[in-house]
Write a protein that binds this ligand. Structure first.
Ligand SMILES: NC(=O)c1ccc[n+]([C@@H]2O[C@H](COP(=O)([O-])OP(=O)(O)OC[C@H]3O[C@@H](n4cnc5c(N)ncnc54)[C@H](O)[C@@H]3O)[C@@H](O)[C@H]2O)c1
Ligand SMILES: O=C(O)C(=O)C[C@]1(C(=O)O)C=C[C@@H](O)C=C1
Length: 288
């Protein structure tokens, strides 16, 4: 499939790709490039990568696949840095949580080579980050969305599909704008809500008392507020328009709920909770 994979950002997502590939036969040489020497050394000592590189020219020598698994705002910087070392057969992909911005970056930075770039997003992850959080089976049975456009080379799409299939993922394609609208609703909005709640509680005078008594409901609702702030800052800004739309809709839903409470509308509250409860139960069943 490919002989040398260069991973920019060997954290939870890039490291899990490396670990999964190392389970199979014909494992490619995996070279990690990072921003922090500490993280790269950790990735090396955990056996995620075969070589750690700080010199991009050296890292890119004979690379046939590049995976960018850094916070999304780093994407243009990395594309610009690798461009001089790309050949006509190098395939470039990414794992960023937003896709419209990344596809625009690819066009702007790679120019005629943009058709060798395949946007990607594994719908799997955790609130943990760094190489130590990487998991061999993170992608097994999980959706992987690719966002090729009309100019993307079919053989590049095939290679990236094969990469994720080797990790156990279920690959499908989507338009970048459709992708960003869906994930604004079911991933980005929930993260913002969790961050907002924890931040608000933490700033209160009685925060210590609140956190002392917070229990499993709070733990479940706020698990994702433990996620990496840089990653989520970049996602929020990259998907700002769709996210602002979702926040407006959610604020309306909260106002409707407040109105039901204000009116002590027991039946209205019951109906709302019953609809949400049934929907959540059915969804969880469909995933198990
Ligand atoms: N965490 C998740 O649940 C999840 C799920 C799907 C997709 N993603 C996306 O995957 C990407 C990586 O997320 P993660 O959870 O692995 O983060 P992470 O913090 O675990 O790993 C990111 C790594 O990138 C490195 N890095 C940052 N800037 C760099 C640069 N310019 N050059 C090279 N390395 C650089 C960091 O040092 C870090 O080691 C993000 O774009 C995120 O949106 C995350
Ligand atoms: O499980 C988590 O902690 C996640 O946040 C994973 C999650 C998600 O929202 O489902 C987060 C961001 C990604 O882009 C994809 C997956």
């Amino acid at each position: 499939m490919f002989n040398k994979l260069v991973i920019f950002g060997v954290g939870l997502i890039g490291g899990s790709v490396a670990l999964a590939l190392k389970q199979g036969t014909h494992t490619p040489l995996i070279v990690g490039v990072g921003r922090s020497a500490g993280n790269l050394q950790e990735a090396l000592s955990l056996g995620l990568i075969d070589r750690a590189e700080t010199d991009i020219a050296h890292a890119m020598q004979d690379a046939d696949m590049v995976l960018i698994a850094t916070p999304v705002a780093q994407t243009p910087v990395i594309l610009r840095a690798i461009k001089p070392y790309l050949t006509s057969s190098t395939v470039i992909t990414d794992a960023g949580s937003t896709k419209s911005d990344v596809m625009v970056y690819a066009q702007a930075e790679l120019g005629v080579m943009a058709h060798q770039f395949v946007g990607g997003h594994p719908i799997a992850g955790a609130e943990k980050s760094g190489p130590g959080a990487a998991l061999t089976d993170l992608y097994v049975g999980k959706n992987i969305i690719l966002t090729p456009n009309d100019h993307t080379l079919p053989e590049a799409v095939q290679k990236v599909t094969a990469l994720w299939q080797r990790c156990g993922g279920l690959v499908s394609t989507m338009r970048p704008e459709a992708h960003d609208a869906v994930f604004a609703a079911v991933s980005h909005l929930p993260h913002l809500l969790a961050f907002a709640l924890v931040d608000d509680l933490a700033r209160r005078d009685n925060a210590e008392q609140l956190f002392k008594f917070a229990a499993s409901g709070f733990r479940d609702f706020t698990r994702i507020a433990g996620s990496h702030p840089e990653m989520w800052r970049d996602i929020a800004l990259a998907n700002k328009t769709a996210l602002l739309d979702e926040l407006t809709v959610y604020q309306r839903a909260l106002s409707d709920m407040a109105a039901l409470l204000e009116a002590s509308d027991a039946q209205g509250l019951y109906q709302l909770f019953a609809n949400a409860s049934q929907t959540r139960t059915d969804w969880a069943k469909s995933k198990s």
